[in-house]
Design a binder for this molecule. Structure first.
Ligand code: HEM
Length: 141
């Protein structure tokens, strides 16, 4: 029963986290369309900060904590599928950290990538999420 509650919590917070990972690069695209030093620019910086601090960072932490609690209680640390899942999730975590860095750079007035590049980058979670779901449900290894 505890396992099912932990797993439900895990999936709920993973959904919040993934929603943020999909949204933030989109927000960057809209942000970069406005003039630097405009009131709009300041508003986008605040939206990005809120999305990261209220939704994305807490969801990342809760997803990790609940996921690791389930893995520990079910003895998954020696399972092949779990190692691959962990590698893919570490990749998504690195992507999250990179996005947070890009938001900080935007707040400093640095616009490093084009809108097109940001849209392409948005494919990263789109490819990684199906992989993670197949690993955890089909468990091919
Ligand atoms: C943050 C680090 C993560 C850890 C340590 C972790 C670990 C786990 C563990 C141990 C389970 C239970 C598997 C089972 O007993 O069936 C689980 C379930 C699940 N995880 Fe994660 N996970 C993480 C992130 C993610 C991410 C990013 C996604 C999606 C993109 C995801 C999707 C799922 C799904 C859909 C289930 C339910 C599978 C089922 O009902 O059989 N997890 N996770």
């Amino acid at each position: 029963m505890t396992y099912l509650w932990l797993k439900s919590g895990h999936v709920i917070f993973v959904i919040f986290w993934m929603a943020g990972l999909f949204m933030l690069p989109r927000v960057f695209v809209y942000h970069q369309e406005c003039a630097p030093d405009s009131p709009d620019n300041a508003a986008w910086i605040q939206r990005e900060r809120r999305l990261l601090n209220i939704i994305m960072w807490p969801s990342l932490v809760v997803s990790w904590v609940l996921g690791l609690m389930i893995a520990w209680s079910m003895g998954y640390f020696t399972s092949g599928w779990f190692h691959f899942k962990l590698a893919a999730v570490l990749g998504l975590t690195a992507y999250h950290v990179w996005l947070a860095g890009y938001a900080a750079a935007l707040a400093r007035g640095e616009r490093k990538l084009s809108g097109r590049a940001l849209r392409m980058i948005n494919e990263i979670p789109g490819i990684t999420i199906p992989l993670i779901v197949i690993l955890v449900i089909v468990r091919p290894f």
